[in-house]
Design a binder for this molecule. Structure first.
Ligand SMILES: N[C@@H](CCC[C@H](N)C(=O)O)C(=O)O
Length: 259
């Protein structure tokens, strides 16, 4: 069958998007994996279907590059909102449903997409590091000289360690720079470093805010560009009104024969 696809990227985290508003398409793991392959397919960190869902503007279905359906993708969600906007679903505030629940989003005049993430309660300590779920599971570790750090080697080591190898975890390395942070992520399901990870920078920002007080916006640098995370921190260590903010852009459109 021939499938029309759209390629989007959000700070270099890149995705294949398929308009499935008639909910007719269902893809196998092998088909998704091949489309995401950078040599044998289109190439992407993940693939999303935009499905119809009653009561919502659309439903987000997310697959990692390994072809398996996975948990929430923050940059993917922002790209899917931009795609909806380009595809005639024009709203001042979007409401869509994803695997971790309902999400609101807006498209700003400067093209940035603001995506409301789920509330986060509790940050677990793992030795000197932190673990939390921002829609996907994340490990957060502070590192000096992050620009030259071997993220693939050490990210793979943590992701495949005894504690995490069964369900996997995304591993974020963070360098704090005053009120902004530099984040590099090894992503589960891509099994490599990506240029940016939305749920990952959200996790890193909340860990940073957890250790400090008095501010509710963190600026983030990734290898693929800049993002920001806004939030309200409650006294019981709950984070509410968590918004992931950043650019999301159309790259190209095409069609592909999928066996
Ligand atoms: N790139 C994503 C995260 C995608 C899901 C992740 N690989 C997982 O399986 O947990 C993001 O922007 O959040």
């Amino acid at each position: 069958m021939k499938i029309v696809f759209y390629k989007y990227q959000g700070t270099g985290n890149d995705f294949i998007i398929i308009d499935n508003r008639n909910n007719s398409l269902s893809l196998t793991t092998a088909q998704v994996k091949k489309m995401c392959d950078r040599r044998f397919g289109i190439g992407a960190d993940g693939l999303m279907l935009l499905d119809a869902a009653p009561g919502y503007d659309f439903k987000m279905v997310y697959y990692n590059a390994d072809g398996k359906e996975s948990t929430m993708c923050g940059n993917g969600g922002r790209c899917l909102v931009k795609f909806a906007h380009h595809s005639g679903i024009k709203k001042s505030k979007y409401l869509f449903i994803a695997v971790d629940g309902a999400h609101e989003a807006t498209v700003e005049d400067n093209g940035w997409v603001y995506l409301k993430m789920k509330n986060v309660k509790g940050i677990e300590k793992h030795f000197a590091d932190a673990i939390l779920d921002t829609g996907s599971p994340h490990y957060v570790k502070n590192i000096d000289n992050l620009a030259t750090y071997d993220v693939v080697r050490y990210g793979k080591e943590i992701r495949n360690s005894e504690s995490f190898k069964k369900n996997g975890i995304n591993v974020n390395f963070v360098e704090q720079q005053d009120r902004s942070i530099f984040v590099r992520t090894f992503e589960r399901g891509v099994e490599d470093e990506t240029l940016s990870c939305g749920t990952g920078v959200t996790a890193a920002a909340l860990v940073y805010a957890h250790n400090d007080n008095g501010f509710n916006r963190v600026e983030i640098k990734t290898l693929g560009g800049n993002l920001a995370v806004e939030f309200d921190k409650r006294s019981d260590d709950t984070f509410e009104n968590v918004w992931l903010c950043g650019p999301a852009d159309f790259v190209f459109k095409g069609d592909i024969e999928v066996a």
